[in-house]
Design a protein around this ligand. Structure first.
Ligand code: MIG
Length: 782
């Protein structure tokens, strides 16, 4: 074996002519790539974010009789001289992961190239997580999954694959976590100790064995590092975090306006209304059915007048129609995908026979961006919803393009076998770019159904055609947690289920869960009954409204959690295993999860349940509804009447609350409430604020406020530090200290002793008003 070095990259060339390339991208990420004789030399990735900078690492190379050692700052890669097998260790020489059979390959007889394979040892007590939108339990040990984006209407629990292909997993054992991202777009398979209990393997039906090893040891750091590699979205407009109402389809114009008016009548806060495929003229993208929407810009304007943004669906299939401008342009410019031998890729979707833009071609994307931009500028819509982009086809085996279809793949021409999993991603990439026009000065909402690793940079996502069943409510909570630990935080589900009709109770329980999902939308197929919050009777309406209102109160918290995601790559939703991986009891939990640093919740997943067991992770928490303190590290029975789901707040947390609004920007906020939860030696909370839309924040017009609280048996202190120069509309803070165990005899505001008349105390809660301009601390003493 010979070794060549180029900065942080080491190439080990074996006598069989296979090269192992190790690149220390950062202290915690090593790219491991194998080149077999005729491997492509032009390595190209859609997944890796162009903003990711490989800082490299200082690596010491040594060798002993058996291996070569590459000792970086945080990780050591050991390569066996005889079989090229690798072991990756931490600084204490403890194993993160090690090859079993390691890299091996097989000729692909039908298509040429290789089926590339990797085998790793299952470590003692190892558990596996991640992989995007798999429909099984969060913990993947003992399971096998496939990555191939598929339209699966009414997917079932355990059904695989479905819409997204995200070949990234986390392993955790002995309290140490690491991640492996297999950046290969071909159909790939992962076996987590299913075929052989002691082996985890992954393989792809073509391409290269090219994976990124991401070190922990904390799970949350593995996810953060993976996310830094594959990217984050821009901050969404704040309205995109509000409640959204959709159905297949609200149409015609009058119906849309009626739904909007009813939302306002029933005082259900809502920010967006969706137009599904029936707004189009014969399902032709970028057209409107004149008989239903005679003046689309007027529809959008009327919605705007009522405080709603309009989001319209756009599918990839372009109707074969010589009279249709999009078809004409695509034909003239040769933008449509072709079969291997030259004919166009013709497939049936909603419009009938369609051709499909090759979104992997930069010129095609540019054209598509232009089409979207014209569309939004002409009508004023504020979001585009890309559906069917797996791509999905009707009446064909495999429900997608045949393997032989050709794609440009950004100058690396290939077949659909390689481009399939990124097709939808490249479509939303082109779509989202439509808003990149300075004069527009709007942050968009783009959502996608299909995705490959890295798609989170371009769009939010929903989990597809789910069903109105209690099992799907379980899937919903699992799905969003899994996507979040796979770099995709801005996700949600069709509230109440897309297929079939939920009972009022199921709808309410779903709404309660979704209140804590970043993407918050009711959508349904419309075939089985109405699914607006008022369609389920008075009680369901009242509770749904309460939770949607809670979501609007929580907007500054949600927005700050989003800020943490886009600046520090922290997943917004965190499964319990990620909250405390050192507590073995968390490793199999699915129901409880955290939103951001401070909120812990647990949906109610069974009919008629009015209480449920909840595992509270270690540490101290306050029950949001009762202010009771609970000590974690155990399972407790929690009350869950229909109007509540178990919700806990970390001791010492400061949660900012907006007043209830019917939509973001409805009123100018003149007071910001700070809910402060007593307890904890020291707790840090953050509030990010900016204008909520536009791009001024990128020029520094935002604030980051850091709250610190300190509690003892008979004292309490809250401190605030602000950085930034955004001028919010509110002039006062209403500070509400909850769960206070003593009546203070002395109170200091901004270090000045004040009289007890300035505060209001009731039920262990203390309320005080403070000027925003001057507030920096509150101190209480028994
Ligand atoms: O073949 O546009 O998942 O949300 O309402 C069905 C109609 C196509 C599937 C999407 C769903 C949407 C529906 N679409």
């Amino acid at each position: 074996m010979s070794i060549a070095q180029e900065e942080s990259r080491f190439s080990l060339i074996t006598s069989e002519g296979c090269t192992l390339e190790l690149t220390f991208l950062t202290e915690n990420i090593v790219q491991v790539r194998y080149l077999v004789e005729e491997s492509e030399s032009n390595h190209f990735s859609y997944a890796i974010d162009s903003r990711f900078t490989a800082s490299g690492d200082v690596v010491q190379t040594t060798e002993n009789q058996i291996s070569y050692l590459f000792q970086g700052t945080q990780i050591c890669v050991e390569v066996n001289k005889e079989n090229c097998g690798i072991r990756i260790l931490n600084l204490n020489e403890e194993v993160y992961c090690e090859d079993e059979r390691g890299f091996h390959w097989e000729e692909h007889e039908t298509f040429g190239g290789h089926i590339v394979k990797m085998g790793k040892v299952v470590q003692e007590g190892e558990h596996y997580y991640g992989m995007g939108d798999k429909t099984m339990h969060l913990n993947l040990r003992g399971r096998r999954v496939t990555n191939w984006a598929m339209d699966v209407y009414g997917f079932k629990k355990e059904e695989d694959p479905i819409y997204k292909a995200i070949p990234f997993y986390l392993g955790v054992h002995h309290g140490r976590a690491y991640g492996i991202f297999f950046d290969n777009t071909f159909r790939s398979h992962f076996d987590f100790g299913s075929e052989r209990r002691s082996v985890t393997s992954f393989w792809a039906e073509g391409g290269e064995m090219n994976y990124y090893f991401v070190a922990g040891p904390e799970m949350v750091d593995v996810v953060r590092r993976y996310t830094s590699l594959t990217g984050v979205p821009e901050l969404p407009p704040m309205w995109a975090l509000g409640y959204q109402q959709s159905k297949w389809s609200y149409s015609p114009h009058d119906k849309v306006i009626e739904v909007a008016s009813k939302l306002r009548e029933h005082e259900i806060p809502c920010d967006a209304i969706y137009l599904d495929i029936d707004y189009m003229h014969g399902f032709r993208c970028f057209t409107w059915d004149q008989s239903k929407f005679p003046d689309p810009a007027d529809t959008v304007q009327q919605l705007k007048n009522r405080g709603f943004k309009t989001v319209a669906i756009v599918d990839p299939g372009i109707k074969v129609d010589p009279e249709y401008f999009v078809f004409q342009e695509g034909m003239e410019q040769n933008y449509f995908c072709r079969r291997a031998d030259g004919p166009y890729m013709k497939g049936k979707v909603w419009p009938g026979d369609c051709y499909f833009p090759d979104f992997t071609h930069p010129r095609v994307r540019k054209w598509w961006t232009g089409l979207c931009r014209d569309f939004i500028e002409k009508t004023g819509i504020r979001g585009i919803w890309n559906d069917m982009n797996e791509p999905a086809l009707f009446e064909i085996e495999g429900k997608t393009f045949p393997d032989d279809v050709r794609h440009d793949f950004d100058g690396n021409p290939c077949s659909h076998r390689k481009a399939h999993n990124v097709y939808g991603m490249q479509m939303v990439r082109a779509t989202s770019k439509a808003w990149k026009k300075p004069t527009l000065n709007q942050r968009p909402l783009v959502i996608t159904r299909s995705a490959y690793a890295g798609t989170q940079r371009y769009a939010a996502s929903w989990t597809g055609d789910n069903i109105a069943s209690w099992e799907h409510l379980w899937l919903a909570t699992m799905h969003c947690q899994r996507l979040s630990v796979t770099g995709f935080s801005f996700v949600g589900t069709d509230i109440g289920g897309f297929i079939d009709h939920p009972s009022p109770e199921l709808y309410v329980r779903w709404m309660q869960l979704a209140t804590f999902h970043p993407f918050f939308r009711t959508h349904s197929s419309g075939d089985h009954g109405e699914q607006e919050p008022w369609s389920f009777g008075e009680e369901a309406l009242r509770v749904s409204r309460d939770f949607i209102e809670l979501r609007y109160r929580l907007l500054p918290y949600m927005y700050s959690v989003f800020y943490q995601y886009v600046t520090r790559f922290t997943p917004m939703i965190r499964p319990l295993s990620m909250v405390d991986q050192h507590d073995p009891d968390t490793l199999y939990r699915v129901d409880e999860f955290m939103l951001g640093d401070h909120l812990l919740l647990c949906p109610v997943l069974e009919p008629n349940a009015r209480s449920r067991y909840v595992y509270i992770p270690r540490g101290k928490w306050l029950n949001y509804w009762t202010n009771e303190t609970v000590e974690g590290g155990k399972e407790i029975l929690v009350e869950a009447p229909l109007e509540q789901i178990p919700l806990f707040v970390r001791q010492g947390a400061v949660i900012p609350f907006f007043p209830v609004m019917q939509f973001v920007g409805e009123k100018s906020i003149d007071q910001l409430t700070l809910l402060v939860f007593f307890g904890g030696e020291k707790t840090v909370s953050e509030l990010y604020e900016d204008s909520g839309d536009g791009y001024e924040y990128q020029k520094g017009v935002y604030n980051l406020k850091t709250f610190k609280t300190f509690s003892t048996e008979d004292t309490f202190k809250l401190q605030l530090k602000t950085s930034g120069h955004y001028e919010p509309t509110y002039s006062t803070y209403q500070i509400l200290v909850k769960g206070l165990p003593f009546i203070p005899s002395k109170i200091w505001l901004n270090e000045m002793l004040i009289s007890a008349d300035e505060v209001f105390i009731e039920n262990q809660s203390l309320t005080i008003l403070a000027e925003r301009n001057t507030f920096n601390s509150l101190r209480l003493e028994k």
